[in-house]
Design a protein around this ligand. Structure first.
Ligand SMILES: O=C([O-])CC(=O)C(=O)O
Ligand SMILES: [Mg+2]
Length: 591
């Protein structure tokens, strides 16, 4: 940070920090730091910013035309800006207007990412104030396309690239990053980006997008966020043959070499940032995702979003859907299409919650949940050949070779798509589940939209408006027979920002399954009757910061209860505390 912030032309300027603790007074960032990492507290009055030309090119401090006369004088900005002075609100209005001029989502993505590189606070203000409109731009589905084309749209690095070339030097690489006090890392190795497969080094769009949501939706300050892409090669032939590919042009390393490299990374992170930095694993291939969680779950603060975040968000939707369906979880029968990270992760969390609620042993509640993979229903006779994470789901049944037959045989009340393969909930499949359920629950969770198992329109039409539907990527509301249906977005974006923030503000040192249940419970608690009336089993994203504060508070409370929190004493009102710690993007004033 120092080199960026060094005084320019001898004109060192100091952030004006009075009045303290007032919204818009410019101290939220520091307060956030105070809340979360008091042991690394920086004294705010020593923070200095560059002046003049460098200030305009420093996205963390630049305000563009919002610099007032006094600031323009004090910071050598005269002549470097046109004379108009406009408010942040007017800047926002102007930018939203120009973003809406783009027809192509990818162009919107590029424009908004350029804004992040130019003026970080304005970027977050746009994102926070227009979350429902901009989420599909910075996140799924557009981020998927951005990753596919990352090589050609890549401008400036927005995170750290750690490739095999850095073997033995990962600690040094971490120290090249300008920020020292990191609270959340999102890391991918690019092997399974959404449902799009191996995108190698171009997966960087995912950690960047997820961390933008950590700040906008969860309130973690931007300087505490670090996106990382680990490049161990790619097996994507198209990328390997692309002269513009930005990653290592070699096949992925596997086995011992892979795990040794990841171990060096995990060790270096803990050494550099301490044990309270959250490491979120994102979009790793199944085999590595489960293995990394098992290896580091007991020694590091780690969380796998695809296994655990998705599980928590889906469980919340299921609990909320009981308001419409009636009964308890144990009264339902679940069939998953897809038995990877999301499918088995969700299945296990449902089984845990059912077992807690109904006092039925976990081995029994698992039997109410069935999974189908590419070879058909997971049944006992296949047990020997199954990957270990599928084994708990091998129940006694005759072999069934496809999804349609599995739906007919199991007669589920809820059908959940986690396959990563689009268009697999065909008309026949949807009609089959609708034939024995008054209100079939259908979740098409695969991302981006192209990989969705079915569309919202298909789900409502094929069930004659009876389905309760949610999807991983957003769909617009659907009119059917004069009624308007609003599909929910069952995306882990509801959970990880609040969950991570709860871990940060409590100084948690481990993630525990009960915290996932706590997050899920808090989210389900935010679903109101007025949402259910429209068929929604999730609250609208427009309230996400309030939702995240509740999730963070519930997670932090669990961390304290389990003795895993290190920030003492425990704040009495955790919701208020979470809210008070959240980053807000208003400009700070400079002396
Ligand atoms: O990124 C998303 O939209 C949800 C997610 O984790 C995935 O699909 O891998
Ligand atoms: Mg993911």
């Amino acid at each position: 940070m120092e080199s960026v912030l060094k005084a320019h032309r001898g004109g060192e300027s100091v952030l004006d920090l009075s009045p303290r603790w007032t919204v818009g007074g410019g101290v939220e960032d520091v307060y956030g730091e105070d809340c979360a990492t008091e042991d690394q507290l920086v004294t705010p009055w020593t923070v200095s910013v560059a002046s003049g030309y460098s200030l305009l090119r420093d996205p963390h401090h630049n305000k563009g035309l919002a610099f007032n006369e006094k600031e323009r004088d004090a910071h050598y900005l005269r002549g470097l800006l046109p004379p108009a002075i406009i408010s942040q609100e007017l800047q926002e209005k102007k930018l939203m207007h120009s973003l809406r001029q783009y027809d192509l989502p990818l162009h919107k993505y590029m424009a908004i990412m350029e804004l992040e590189e130019r003026n970080e606070r304005l970027f977050y203000k746009l994102l926070i104030d227009n979350v429902e409109e901009l989420l599909p731009v910075v996140y799924t589905p557009t981020v998927g396309e951005a990753c596919q084309k990352y090589g050609s749209i890549f401008r400036r690095p927005q995170g750290l690239y750690i490739s095999l070339k850095e073997k033995g030097k990962i600690l040094e690489v971490l120290r090249n990053w300008p920020q020292r006090t990191i609270q959340v890392i999102v890391v991918t190795d690019g092997e399974r980006i959404l449902g799009l497969g191996d995108l190698g080094c171009q997966g960087m769009g995912i950690p960047v997008g997820k961390l933008a949501l950590y700040t906008a939706l969860g309130g973690v300050r931007p300087s505490g966020c670090l996106p990382i892409t680990i490049d161990v090669g790619t097996n994507n032939e198209q990328l390997l043959n692309d002269e513009f590919y930005i990653g290592l042009k070699q096949k992925r390393v596997t086995g011992k070499e892979y795990y040794d490299f990841l171990h060096e990374f995990m060790t270096a992170v803990k050494q550099n940032y301490g044990e309270k930095v959250l490491i979120q694993f994102e979009d790793f291939a199944n085999h590595n995702a489960f293995e990394l969680l098992a290896r580091y779950g007991t020694t590091h603060l780690v969380f796998n979003d695809d296994i655990q975040g998705t599980a928590s968000v889906v469980l919340a939707g299921l609990v909320a859907s009981l308001k419409l369906l009636g009964g308890t979880l144990a009264d339902h029968r679940f069939l998953f299409f897809g038995a990877g990270e999301a499918g088995t992760g969700i299945a296990e969390l449902i089984a845990i919650e059912m077992s807690k609620q109904s006092k039925i042993p976990l081995e029994e509640t698992r039997k109410m949940i069935w999974l189908v993979d590419s070879k058909g229903l997971i049944v006992n006779s296949r047990k020997e050949s199954l990957q270990h994470f599928k084994k708990p789901w091998a129940h006694e049944h005759v072999p069934v070779h496809n999804l349609l037959d599995a739906v007919k045989a199991i007669k589920p009340t809820a059908l959940i798509g986690t396959s990563g393969v689009g268009k697999t909930f065909t008309k026949e499949v949807v009609e089959a589940i609708a034939s024995f359920n008054q209100k079939p629950l259908i979740m098409a969770l695969s991302n981006p939209t192209s990989q969705s198992e079915c569309t919202a329109e298909e789900a409502y039409t094929w069930t004659e408006g009876r389905a309760i539907f949610a999807s991983g990527s957003p769909f617009n509301p659907v009119e059917f027979n004069g009624k308007r249906f609003v599909p929910g977005q069952a995306n882990n974006a509801y959970i990880f920002p609040g969950l991570g923030f709860g871990l940060v503000i409590s100084g948690a040192i481990r993630v525990h399954d009960d915290m996932l249940l706590a997050a899920s419970e808090a989210l389900a608690g935010q679903v109101r009757d007025e949402h259910c009336d429209k068929g929604m089993i999730y609250p609208p994203f427009s309230n996400i910061r309030k939702i995240s504060a509740h999730i963070a508070a519930n997670v932090a409370a669990k961390a304290y209860e389990l003795g895993l929190a290190t920030r003492l004493p425990r704040p009495a009102d955790l919701v208020k505390y979470a809210e008070s710690c959240m980053y807000t993007p208003s400009y700070r004033s400079y002396r």
